[in-house]
Design a protein around this ligand. Structure first.
Ligand code: ZN
Length: 338
């Protein structure tokens, strides 16, 4: 097969289509290669106990194996990551590209020729890997906001809640009932962002601390609306804090405002629409996904960036296995009220 002959036979439209296909093909990450590059540049950690003192321990199915000096367990480059145990590695690698394109499960399953359940599992393993990249220490001015979403129990037959007798039986407080889930959003001016599921019902100072508190210190200056829990939390933490009335988009001293976080909110709303309602159980995963897409939006090698995060997180499977547990903990308040 002479490729030049084939190329000569194509018209310009076909050539353009071929270029597009090739570009796509070349953008599919090679996870073995990504893993090799990463492990050449940093110490290998034992995924069982995180020790870095390890021996080589031969190879299995062409993959290097190691043994941990401390816990004596064996592992390979993929152990504990979202790739661990994935059989259709080629399809999984192509799915990383589809994740970057925010493709729905149905479309991805059709394109890759695998079941929707398989794509569903892959998606949530990858999103578990991204959890570690949802937020880091902020610098300078930080804007934060809380946001309420409807609780969505899609796909959770095990946790059927007793129906309310009457709508008026619901406890409401300041317009946020226990039928809502609150999330915290924070962003600095260097595009560092975090979005975290906080609690059922209205946020309190404790849930602000648990979600964004670890990323903010007294070196930061906080801007937010005048939510009493955020005010209390900022005061307890001795932060310089500027508050704004949500309906009036004003700017103090040219730099204090909440426009970044508001624009982030509306971009999230626009992005999440395509999924036709996100189940609360998996909401944190979707937040991880959106924050990651924001972070890499200017990159030209976005699928490679995703592959790197996937390989780098040797606790992803553990995070994935805790989704159900975390969901039950989160929903406790919701059930007590019914
Ligand atoms: Zn170990």
């Amino acid at each position: 097969m002479d490729l030049q002959d084939i190329l000569d036979k194509l018209n310009s439209e076909e050539k353009a289509e071929l270029a597009k296909l090739l570009h796509r093909e070349l953008n599919i990450p090679d996870l073995e290669l990504v893993s090799k590059n990463i492990n050449e540049n940093r110490p290998i950690h034992c995924p069982h106990c995180h020790n870095t003192e390890i021996y080589g321990h031969g190879s299995y199915k062409g993959r290097r194996r190691y043994m941990c000096k401390s816990c004596k367990k064996t592992f390979n480059d993929f152990t504990g990551t979202a790739v661990d145990g994935i059989k259709k590695l080629d399809d999984f690698q192509e799915y990383l590209l589809l994740m970057i394109e925010s493709v729905t499960i149905r479309k991805a399953a059709k394109k890759l020729g695998v079941s929707m359940q398989t794509v569903f599992d892959w998606r949530h393993k990858i999103l578990s890997a991204l959890e570690a990249f949802n937020g880091s220490n902020f610098s300078g001015i930080v804007e934060c906001d809380d946001k309420q979403l409807d609780i969505n129990e899609k796909g959770n037959r095990n946790l059927e809640r007793k129906p309310f007798k009457r709508a008026s039986d619901r406890e409401t407080k300041r317009g946020v009932s226990n039928d809502k889930i609150s999330i915290m959003v924070a962003s600095d001016r260097n595009d560092k962002t975090t979005m975290q599921v906080a609690k059922v019902g209205r946020i309190d100072a404790e849930s602000v601390q648990n979600t964004i508190g670890g990323f903010i210190s007294t070196d930061n200056i906080l801007c937010s609306d005048s939510h009493p829990s955020i005010i209390k939390w900022a005061k307890d933490k001795h932060l310089e804090h500027h508050t704004f009335v949500a309906s009036r988009q004003h700017v103090k001293n040219r730099c204090y405002h909440v426009q970044h976080v508001n624009s982030l909110d509306s971009r999230y709303e626009k992005w999440v629409k395509r999924f036709n309602g996100v189940s609360t159980k998996y909401l944190q995963g979707y937040l991880n996904w959106f924050v990651f897409l924001q972070k890499i939006r200017k990159s030209t090698i976005r699928a490679q960036e995703l592959a790197k995060c996937v390989i780098n997180n040797i606790s992803a499977l553990r995070t994935y296995s805790f989704i159900e547990r975390k969901y039950i903990d989160l929903m406790k308040l919701h059930y007590i009220r019914t």
